[in-house]
Write a new protein. Structure first.
Length: 219
């Protein structure tokens, strides 16, 4: 009986942690100001970014890759290339009017990989579309919450420590992605030097992206 009650309590605890945190309104504040502040953490304009990527994969596997991303905040388009350390391209895809995969070698050709990768890239580098519900969390952090067309949510959270987070929830309000930029990780041009992405679910993994080069492109 005690074991049954303990199991029930554990389930309730997991469910409570999975739900969206409550947003507390800030009285007397300009409602557009938090959204503008949240938007500043994303790169504006057109950029070519080169990262080294350390990946902790399911089954305890680890991998080190290179990632090249060309993005435009105005067009909301991006092209992403994954390479071995020797420069061999194992994946090449882009999102403009739709998703186009130019090259995908195993295991990067698995069903849903390209869609999932591009969703992660957009979570990292693009401000969510639409209006945001803004306010504070119980710990005092500023939050901007965007509702997704699929019924999920994205929270942009600015911690009092200076750390920035993008938290993606599914339609059941379960946290499925966390993008974290440490407080001291930004370079002189505001580009994050370090980005940590954690994926939760059946295929959990973690990526640590270290910026090697950031080149602004002519519009």
């Amino acid at each position: 009986m005690k074991g049954h009650l303990f199991a029930m309590a554990a389930v309730l605890l997991v469910l409570s942690c999975a739900r969206l945190p409550k947003i507390l309104p800030v009285t007397g504040a300009d409602p557009s100001e938090p959204a503008e502040v949240c938007g500043r953490i994303f790169p504006a304009g057109e950029w070519q970014l080169l990262h080294s990527i350390e990946a902790d994969l399911p089954g305890g596997r680890r991998s080190v890759m290179m990632g090249l991303t060309v993005l435009s905040s105005r067009l909301r388009s991006n092209r992403s290339v994954i390479m071995s350390l020797e420069g061999f391209v194992v994946f090449d895809g882009e999102v403009s009017q739709g998703l186009t995969v130019h090259r995908a070698l195993p295991p990067f050709d698995s069903p849903g990989f390209a869609e999932g990768l591009m969703a992660d890239i957009r979570l990292i580098f693009f401000q969510p579309e639409g209006s945001a519900e803004c306010g504070k969390l119980t710990d005092g952090s500023t939050v901007c919450r965007y509702k997704k067309p699929d019924g999920g949510f994205v929270d942009i959270v600015l911690r009092s420590t200076g750390t920035c987070e993008s938290l993606r929830y599914d339609r059941e309000q379960r946290l499925i992605r966390t993008v974290r930029v440490p407080a001291d990780a930004r370079t002189g041009d505001g580009m994050p030097q370090t980005i940590e992405l954690t994926a939760r679910g059946e295929q959990s993994y973690k990526l640590v992206m270290t910026l090697l080069e950031a080149v602004p492109l002519d519009p």
